[in-house]
Ligand binder design. Sequence first.
Ligand code: GDP
Length: 360
Amino acid sequence: ALTIGIVGLPNVGKSTMFNALTKNDVLAANYPFATIDPNVGVVPLPDARLDRLAEIFGSEKVLPATVSFVDIAGIVRGASEGEGLGNKFLANIREADAICQVVRAFEDGDVVHVDGAVSPESDMETIHTELVLADLQTLEKAVARLEKEARIKKESKPLLDNALAAQKVLEEGKTLYAHGAAAGVDLAAAAGLGLLTTKPFIYVFNLDEDQLADTELHARLAALVAPADAVFLNAKLEMDLVEMSPEDALEMLQGFGAEESGLAQLARVGFHTLGLQTYLTAGPKESRAWTIRQGWTAPQAAGVIHTDFQRGFIKAEIVSFSDLDELGSMAAAKAAGKARIEGKDYVMQDGDVVEFRFNV
Ligand code: GDP
């Protein structure tokens, strides 16, 4: 499964947020046989359509899609100097598919800031710089190696050119994800060299409770990180919310002028940043959302349920959720001509409720 690595300076609330993520017992509740890794927090992607499908199909349970987060401790200013960022840190961050930086915006005299003052801008700049420097170090070695190789094998020449183009972007203090493509860098090849700034970024601003409804502040912080996505939450409040019933949690949030928990926002934004989407299946046993990449075809989507479904794919019977919702039953949707038969080239759309036909 795709994962998002959580980074941030010390004392910004990473552990607090991560504890809320792991207390979220979605995995334990829905997948009793899954091995639970203490370093991975799993968040359900909120999806009200599943409850409606469960109502229509009389499903026993509802299984939302999930997004996984890994806690990656160990980044501080100067980390990329001297002994480097640390092998464990680098390995962890390389494995992640996106990077989520927790940024402190809350003021609390009892919680020391590593740099002496709370400044979201400077925290973001610090981590940005460390990652760019780490990539430049990686490239220094890679370029030396590729230069040698290119003298013997001409296949290595494009790799070398790509590494040099990446180096140029990084020397300007820019990340490859945001600026690489425009400078002609092949991002997949750069990622293959282990370059960290090829990964998409998400920013989580850890706010004071009284900043949760401050839309002016949110807009200002969002503008700082655009086009990357921003999430606004209070990590301590999130810890409390995961222990409450959904109704109590919503009431509590509304009391602070918020509509949705930070973890729910994080799941949605994470999904978007990773380029994912869902399709739905429904029946008396369960209503379920399945995770696929945007642009996947029907057989690829079927393969997420079982590889046999992809291999033996014949066709997909699809009704869109909005039709089902409006007409109230599968039989009514079919009678109204809303059921479509799609073949192997069909590209899955958001809201597709699917039944696959396949050979075994
Ligand atoms: P980490 O070093 O980034 O993992 O930070 P922690 O999660 O350990 O938090 C550092 C300190 O800040 C702890 O004492 C937390 O209780 C406190 N803290 C975390 N989030 C918040 C918050 O949203 N508001 C306030 N006031 N304190 C927080």
